[in-house]
Design a protein around this ligand. Structure first.
Ligand SMILES: Nc1ncnc2c1ncn2[C@@H]1O[C@H](COP(=O)(O)OP(=O)(O)OP(=O)(O)O)[C@@H](O)[C@H]1O
Ligand SMILES: O=C(O)C1=C[C@@H](O)[C@@H](O)[C@H](O)C1
Ligand SMILES: [Mg+2]
Length: 182
């Protein structure tokens, strides 16, 4: 049997990367990592604290280090949920493309807004009108998510379990296709 590669989920805040990542890791029998959590564990502090003390630039440095160490070392054995801004650095996009099967979880701005509205742990949404911020981020980032992704999965109007099943089906189909063409 051909071993599946590392699976990395990208997409905006509230797309469901953490939720869906955990579900598909269980189904695939792979280790699950959430990059935001890895960054927090490495720093011994939470994301709002890192943004406050080190600025977004400090957070992005930590994010690149954490991504590189997981993507390049955990050969084929993990599902990694990233943070919404992972595609902002070209260096990160190269790591993503070279080391994993990347899945873009697409969510409309309306869904992003709804799903992020119940929590206050995302510093970028604390500085103004969340809808306008999410819209602006989406305009910049949607093409970058598409640039690194092998698979794009729509998540609006779907229960997390149903999104997870859709992702698993798409991965299976994709890997079979890779086997027949190579
Ligand atoms: N398909 C879905 N339908 C409805 N709610 C969802 C769906 N996916 C995730 N959620 C809910 O949306 C919220 C945000 O999900 P989650 O934290 O998984 O997003 P994320 O993509 O990891 O965001 P971030 O980039 O900020 O880490 C959670 O409360 C989760 O339960
Ligand atoms: O969209 C972003 O830039 C971010 C998303 C979160 O997952 C965290 O990684 C952090 O709050 C930044
Ligand atoms: Mg998350």
């Amino acid at each position: 049997m051909i071993k599946a590669p590392n699976i990395i989920l990208v997409g905006p805040m509230g797309a469901g990367k953490t939720t869906i990542g955990r579900l598909i890791s269980q189904s695939m029998g792979k280790e699950f990592y959430d990059l935001d959590k890895v960054i927090e564990d490495n720093a011994g502090a939470d994301i709002p604290w890192i943004f406050e003390r080190e600025g977004e630039e400090g957070f992005r440095r930590r994010e690149t280090q954490a991504l590189a160490s997981i993507a390049e070392s955990d050969a084929g054995d993990c599902v990694l949920a990233t943070g919404g801004g992972i595609v902002m650095r070209e260096e990160n996009r190269d790591i993503l493309r070279e080391n994993a099967l990347v899945v873009y979880l697409y969510a409309s701005v309306a869904q992003q807004l709804y799903r992020t509205s119940k929590s206050t742990h995302r510093p970028l949404l604390q500085t103004g009108d969340p809808k306008a911020i999410l819209k602006k981020l989406f305009e910049v980032r949607d093409p970058l998510y598409r640039e690194v992704a092998t698979l794009v999965i729509e998540t609006d109007a779907r229960h997390p379990r149903s999104v997870a099943n859709k992702v698993l089906d798409a991965i299976r189909r994709h890997l079979k296709m890779e086997i027949t063409v190579s």
